[in-house]
Design a protein around this ligand. Structure first.
Ligand code: IPE
Ligand code: IPE
Ligand code: MG
Length: 234
């Protein structure tokens, strides 16, 4: 009995990454504006992060805004920025109490100045949180992240090892994602964690993000637990 429990625990991913897709379609189905879908998505993100940490996962990365999303209509972006502001104002204290460290990845220079300051303050306030790390990818693009690291390596003028290269990425110090969940039917990475997902297990679901429940998280976790991760070996 004891052995079985250990095995089950070992099957919990250390790091789950989530592509939170389908907010717009969720709203459309209900004849609501897209902004209502994003609000529902944000509420779901807060609940889901809590469920993920309660399962013993150390690190959870949520894809909230890609570099490509920045070419959406300004009205939609302004709505998203308002939600981010609200998120940081209301949730940083809770994360601190729960000892969850907040980390933001992406190109902060692409974001409005006040959001940049809120993200910095959130990271500083929650720094050292030992119960887990919540990573929010905002203004994030995998190719841009890799390119910035390559340019830095060129500047240093020497060849790098894999570990040295990884330390130049925004995700420096974090484990690679073991499981990536993408909601909203599409089966693609959309420029998310390109370097880091070399050996990640993927779970795709048609469920639109605001409908992604705790029950479905557990389905994804048991699906993951049954996978055989070979890393190229036999
Ligand atoms: C994901 O939902 C959230 C962001 C990309 C900001 P979408 O806004 O892409 O929703 P759909 O794909 O249009 O349904
Ligand atoms: C991916 O969703 C980005 C985020 C969830 C933040 P998109 O809706 O932007 O992806 P594409 O455009 O369908 O590839
Ligand atoms: Mg989408």
């Amino acid at each position: 009995m004891k052995k079985k429990q250990t095995e089950t625990l070992a099957r919990i991913p250390r790091h789950i990454a989530v592509i939170m897709d389908g907010n717009g379609r969720w709203a459309k189905k209900r004849l609501l504006p897209r902004s209502a879908g994003h609000r529902a998505g944000m509420n779901r993100m807060i609940e889901l992060a809590e469920c993920i940490f309660s399962r013993g996962v150390e690190c959870c990365t949520m894809y909230a805004l890609s570099t490509e999303n920045l070419s959406r209509p300004q009205e939609e972006l302004d709505g998203l920025y308002s939600l981010f502001r609200e998120y940081f104002r209301k949730n940083v204290e809770t994360l601190k109490k729960k000892e969850i460290a907040l980390k933001i990845i992406g190109d902060a220079s692409l974001l409005p100045e006040d959001i940049r300051l809120l993200t910095q303050a959130g990271e500083e306030k929650t720094a050292g949180g030992k119960k887990g790390t919540l990573v929010l990818a905002i203004g994030y693009g995998g190719r841009q992240e890799i390119l910035a690291a390559v340019n830095e390596a060129v500047k240093r003028g020497k060849q790098l090892t894999e570990a040295e290269f990884a330390s130049l990425l925004d995700t420096q110090g974090l484990p690679d994602p073991d499981l990536l969940i993408r909601t909203g039917k599409e089966q693609r990475l959309s420029n998310f964690l390109l370097w880091q997902s070399a050996y990640t297990e993927f779970y795709f679901t048609e469920t639109l993000f605001p409908d992604f429940s705790e029950k479905e998280l557990d389905r994804a976790l048991s699906d993951y637990a049954a996978r055989e991760r070979r890393f190229g070996k036999i």
